[in-house]
Design a protein around this ligand. Structure first.
Ligand code: GLN
Length: 477
């Protein structure tokens, strides 16, 4: 990684010593961005604006009025609205759309003096796990440029990985913060559903969508979480639970009970080095006094089908607003209302998005609703109940974040189901709403980053962060 700072605390230290300024930092990131254009991490860089804002933050630091995030230069995924800026969801249908308001999280980040340097490439409407579904082309993994960075927040992860910003904000519907973080050697946190406002996030599947930070340190993840979290009159799904100062409360954890999924070690679909990596950590944790036990999760095979039925159903409904009439792309060949709908949507959406709209519409249609959508909702409840029962007995569930490390660009089999199955370990937290974090756990023999995921009880982010910081220390042992 080229940005030598792993936490905002270090940056603040250097600013206090006069060794750097926010303006200098932004200039450094902008240089990195121009030197790494080939990675395709950004859809747009807010160059002049970032410099102006950096100078303003420098002044506030001088007069002692700066916010918590002063010195933090971040990138946002291009499905997060920022007033007066374009937001495309990496889709042709929104290519020239300018947001008329900011997401609540953007307002909160700016209020604490974060500088937003640009908007990052992602899978179209956040649908994907490799960033290959973007209208603006794939993003390259900085660890191996022939490989994907993961997705859908692939650009956000690479922006941090290659030192083009200090941290990034992604969204996670079924793993889109955690899986790219693991492919890029970073920390990716998906908070509890209901912790962070979704207002101003371009909706994919509303009962799953969550905002999450991608960072190089637990302290930064904690800080970004505490700034973004909390009730918002524009999102009624938020829970009115006080937001702790996560970053100030990080403490060493007492011995914990950790369950790991047996299937992660026995399944032929999981890469051998990924399995060995999990075993290594199981051993380290046991040696350090924690209880680590295998569990069988009998609903494992239902996780991916349940997630995809529900996510596609919600997507088909959410994406009906892109009709060529209200906003976004309108086909120049439209002649009447119906052809405006048909042609604008056919030309504006990419292949994967169309597939999901069609499947989602199918599972919601009369005659199939009960067989697919209603059944999937029942299975979702069972998955949640089973997961909660495990978490009554254990503090965390540990699995690899993904069954294999970053794979080569353009080499996935044509069958989309193969790609969907790779979400097996991340969708459990999405289906249940539980918080989960992906932590870097070393590299494989090819030098590709690996990641392990910890899942905990609803609103137990502090426990998750505490244990995560300790977990990262284990790497050194
Ligand atoms: N890979 C999953 C999907 O395609 C998750 C994407 C996400 O979290 N946005 O739906």
């Amino acid at each position: 990684m080229t940005d030598s700072y792993s936490s905002l605390t270090q940056i603040k230290g250097d600013i206090a010593l006069g060794k750097t300024t926010v303006e200098k930092l932004v200039k450094g990131y902008l240089d990195k961005i121009s030197a790494n254009r080939r990675l395709n991490a950004f859809n747009e860089v807010f160059k002049d604006e970032a410099l102006i804002n950096a100078r303003k933050v420098d002044l506030r630091i001088k007069d002692g009025t700066a916010g918590k995030l002063a010195g933090m230069v971040i990138a946002i995924k291009d499905n997060i609205c920022y007033k007066g800026h374009k937001v495309s969801a990496s889709s042709k249908i929104l290519e020239n759309f300018t947001s008329v308001y900011s997401a609540t999280i953007v307002d909160r980040l700016l209020a604490e003096d974060a500088v937003i340097i640009g908007r990052c490439n992602c899978d179209e409407f956040a649908m994907g796990a490799s960033n290959e579904n973007s209208f603006f082309g794939p993003v390259k993994n900085y660890a191996d440029e022939t490989r994907v960075p993961g997705g859908s927040s692939g650009g956000s992860a690479v922006a941090v990985q290659a030192g083009m910003c200090h941290a990034a904000i992604g969204t996670d519907t079924g793993g889109s913060v955690r899986q790219p973080a693991s492919f890029c050697g970073l920390i990716g946190l998906k908070p509890t559903y209901g912790r962070i406002s979704r207002h101003g996030i371009i909706a994919y599947a509303s009962s799953f969508d969550q905002v999450g930070p991608i960072t190089k340190s637990i302290e930064d993840a904690a800080l970004l979480l505490e700034v973004m979290a909390g009730t918002d009159e524009y999102d009624s799904t938020l829970k009115d639970i006080p937001v702790p100062e996560y970053s100030k409360n990080i403490a060493a954890p007492a011995p914990k009970k950790i369950a790991y999924m047996q299937e992660a070690l026995s399944s032929p679909g999981v890469d051998d080095e990924v399995k060995n990596n999990l075993v290594r950590y199981i051993d380290k944790l046991r040696a350090d006094g924690h209880t680590v036990k295998p569990i069988a999760f009998e609903l494992l095979d239902y996780l991916v089908p349940t997630y995809y039925i529900l996510a596609m159903a919600e997507a088909s409904s959410n994406l009906s607003r892109y009709d060529g009439v209200h906003y976004g792309y309108r086909s120049p060949d439209s002649v009447d209302l119906v052809s405006t709908y048909k042609k604008s949507r056919s030309e504006g959406f990419g292949k994967e998005v169309k597939r999901r709209i069609m499947l989602g519409t199918f599972v919601l249609s009369a005659g199939y609703y009960d067989a697919y959508f209603a059944k999937a909702q029942k299975v979702r409840r069972m998955i949640r109940e089973k997961t909660e029962a495990i978490l009554k007995e254990y503090d965390f569930i540990m699995v690899p974040t993904a069954p294999e490390p970053a794979f080569p660009i353009g080499k996935r089999p044509k069958d989309p189901v193969v790609t969907y199955l790779a979400d097996i370990f991340t969708v459990q937290a999405s289906l249940t709403g539980a918080p989960a974090i992906s932590l870097p756990s070393g590299n494989n023999t090819k030098g590709l980053p690996l990641g392990l995921q910890l899942l905990s009880k609803h609103f137990h982010e502090q426990e998750l962060l505490n244990f995560s910081r300790y977990f990262l220390e284990l790497q050194k042992i």
